[in-house]
Design a protein. Structure first.
Length: 212
């Protein structure tokens, strides 16, 4: 399973990257404990020393995780010791200690990718998954599909209320019609959110293909 997230060159991107990797690990069932910290460091380096667009790639295979951060900066990536005890000051020395391997790929004079492999076997300078992929997931698409599922549940509830209002000793045709209309509206909303989820997946796939 894999995903791609475009980040801005500002301080908020580190926390967003941390939330994204936590979400991704929950979906993929991978469990590298230090993945959020490593991801935060790679993204923070890209924000401080790189340039937009900054793109975070996450790829899971089995219980392993590959983290890649691509940016358009010219600065060389050199490990350093932490200067202060905050989440963005741990340095690539931390990545060196906790990642199975890490490295840098240059894509011409202005674009580079810094990658780290966690709980994985040996990798090369162009890391690839060790096992079959489960496909791409999108954070936005996941949220949209969650909303769509809620809308389907509401639609089913309204259909039940419509059936109850349309039978029994005291039939309330007006209430039944209102519940049927509400069920149709929720069903349409669910279809809309499913469509938005598909569009989000397509945008993420284009992002993944473009900056790989």
């Amino acid at each position: 399973m894999h995903t791609a997230v475009r980040l801005a060159a500002d301080a908020s991107s580190a926390s967003r990257a941390r939330r994204c990797v936590e979400w991704f690990l929950a979906l993929s069932h991978a469990d590298p404990e230090l993945a959020p910290l490593v991801t935060t460091e790679l993204v923070s380096n890209a924000v401080r020393h790189g340039a937009e667009p900054i793109v975070l790639f996450l790829r899971s295979y089995g219980n392993h995780l590959l983290v890649e951060v691509t940016d358009f900066g010219k600065c060389r990536v050199v490990p350093r010791e932490p200067l202060r005890a905050d989440e963005s000051g741990m340095g690539l020395a931390l990545v060196t200690r906790v990642a199975t391997q890490w490295g840098v790929r240059q894509h011409g004079p202005r674009r580079k990718t810094v990658w780290a492999c966690l709980d994985a076997g040996s990798v090369t300078d162009a890391p690839a998954p060790c096992g079959p992929e489960d496909g791409l997931v999108s954070e936005r698409a996941f949220e949209e599909r969650d909303v769509a599922a809620q809308e389907r549940e509401r639609a089913e509830l309204e259909r039940k209320l419509a059936r109850n209002a349309g039978r029994g000793a005291q039939v309330d045709w007006r209430a039944a019609a209102m519940h049927r209309a509400a069920a149709s509206a929720h069903h349409a909303a669910a279809a809309l959110h499913e469509r938005l989820a598909s569009l989000a997946d397509q945008r993420t796939q284009r992002l993944f293909d473009r900056y790989r």
